[in-house]
Write a protein that binds this ligand. Structure first.
Ligand code: PLP
Length: 514
């Protein structure tokens, strides 16, 4: 239908409209168009970087949605420049700038240039990492990065793993392997449904919600994830874990996995990995470490230690969080490569069993994806250009900044700060005096976040701690300074303070009475 429409179109004379659609393909005939196109894109990005001094524009969904919907996807512009002009209106102009020093909201990092170069190369060649016959050298580059990461963790000689789309997928795959390993050990009763109903995953209350999602996807019941209590530093309490493990044993349940977090999303807290490893060894539970955020410590020169992580059965790392890589770049690693057999399926057209016998390396044998981006290339070019120490140095800068930011917050009587950060997040609350109604204080803090977004002065996050609204900085930009932090806090205090003044009805009554 659309092909016919294209054919029947009146030739209006512009070269773009008459062009053969094959001129859009990347091949040896179109190298000039390729170069010109990509350079135009680079120029647009540079225009955004240099043309805006704020992390957001304060745009609201109701403003942007009609702009996007107005565009008729069936009426192409047939001109790169015009299409990019349109893209500016619906995307580039208001996109959130993670590289801005006052973007302090979520776990998004500014990205390093070698990784961007690799994105451009990887997308152009478009290797698919599922099989050797679709990737050739890409397979070995990915494998080398997996081995390198496993080596940094200390997983040992039999370690292996695979790149994934992100921590959520990595956690799902790790827990799938854990479930299969646990099932394989339950030989006495072949009723899988009954076994699944007894499976339990133990994880700290503050762990990532992808663990609960994974449990659901794995066919485990609503009760399957047991939350373990945390200490004041928001780390899993080992004795609480042991008590829950004992409870599982007493009730005839199967503790299929313990998920420790190395860097919780809210607090950056690192669970006591060594103690947890001991508990796993005693109970036979699979030890999974979610280091989606804390993996930056693998290249850091300072920062807290991850001792104990080397005992894990599986580890998740998000290079797109603390290795300054563009989304997506993540991996799941396992101590024993044999466990990856649980995701190995053979298709005659793709990865026949014969290939395994011939030792043809097909990464699809280890992955829950089939067609898969060559995301490893970004990290490879980063390591080959910058090296791990330079990368770790960037992460060290944000660890330093987080300590400075904590000092600023801690010294300011208007703010409460929940924990002293181990990594680079700060969770705090504007509470100018102890007798303020906590609900009103919640609203004042939320208001400050919204006002900052609307004024586009900074982007910060919110969360809830013990039932109360808190604000959150996630620091991943080495260019953010102590002054940035202090000035953003001043703005928070101003906005929240004004909200309190305008809405504090007790104060109002007092003023009326006097
Ligand atoms: C971000 C995060 C995840 C999820 O990773 P995605 O890459 O966003 O899917 C899992 N665990 C922790 C601790 C995280 O911080």
């Amino acid at each position: 239908m659309s092909f016919l429409a294209y054919q029947n179109e009146e030739p209006s004379g512009t070269p773009a409209q008459q062009a053969d659609p094959r001129e859009n393909l990347l091949d040896e005939h179109n190298t000039a168009a390729y170069r010109a196109s990509v350079l135009q894109g680079v120029e647009r990005v540079i225009g955004e970087l240099t043309g805006r001094d704020r992390p957001t524009t304060g745009i609201q969904p109701e403003q942007l949605e009609p702009e996007t919907k107005r565009i008729d996807l069936d009426s192409p512009l047939r001109d790169t420049s015009e299409a990019l002009d349109e893209l500016e209106k619906v995307y580039l102009r208001d996109a959130v700038h993670f590289h801005h020093p006052r973007y302090l909201a979520h776990l998004n990092c500014p990205v390093v240039i070698p990784a961007l170069l690799a994105e451009a190369i990887g997308s152009a060649i478009n290797s698919s990492l599922d099989t050797w016959d679709q990737s050739a050298g890409g397979t070995f580059i990915e494998q080398q990065l997996i081995d390198w990461t496993a080596g940094r963790i200390g997983l040992g000689e039999k370690a292996d793993g695979v790149f994934t789309s992100g921590g959520t997928q990595s956690n799902l795959q790790a827990l799938l392997l854990a479930r299969e390993q646990a099932l394989a050990r339950q030989e006495t009763n072949p009723d899988t449904g009954w076994q699944l109903s007894r499976m339990r995953i133990l994880t700290a209350r503050d762990s990532h919600f992808s663990i609960v999602k994974a449990a659901k996807l794995l066919g485990l019941g609503a009760e399957s994830v047991i939350p373990v209590d945390c200490d004041e530093q928001r780390r899993m309490i080992p004795s609480a874990l042991d008590a829950e493990l004992d409870g599982c044993r007493d009730r005839g349940l199967i503790p299929m996995a313990v998920v420790a977090t190395a860097g919780t999303t809210d607090f950056g807290s690192i669970d006591p990995l060594l103690e947890i490893a001991g508990s796993c060894a005693r109970s036979g539970a699979w030890m999974h470490v979610d280091a989606a955020y804390g993996c930056g410590l693998l290249v850091s020169g300072k920062g807290p230690s991850l001792t104990g992580i080397e005992h894990a059965d599986s580890v998740v790392v998000d290079y797109h969080k603390s290795f300054f890589q563009p989304v997506s770049s993540s991996a799941v690693l396992v101590r024993d490569r044999e466990t990856l057999r649980h995701v190995t399926y053979h298709a005659d057209y793709l990865n026949p069993e014969r290939h395994a016998e011939q030792r043809i390396p097909n990464q699809v044998d280890k992955s829950i994806q089939t067609t898969r981006r060559f995301d490893a290339l970004k990290l490879w070019l980063t390591l080959r250009t910058m090296g791990p120490d330079a990368l770790g140095g960037l992460f060290d800068d944000v660890l330093d900044l987080a300590q400075q930011a904590w000092e600023v917050l801690h010294a300011d009587p208007r703010f409460e700060v929940v924990t002293r950060p181990e990594l680079s997040t700060l969770v705090f609350r504007y509470v100018p005096s102890a007798d303020i109604d906590p609900e009103l204080c919640d609203r004042a803090n939320l208001h400050a976040r919204g006002a900052l977004y609307e004024s586009a002065a900074a982007a910060i996050a919110e969360t809830v701690v013990d039932g109360r609204t808190h604000l959150k900085f996630t620091l991943l930009n080495p260019r953010t300074t102590r002054d940035d932090i202090a000035e953003v806090l001043e703005l928070v205090a101003e906005h929240a303070g004004r909200h309190l003044e305008e809405n504090d009805t007790t104060g109002l009554e007092q003023r009326r009475a006097s």
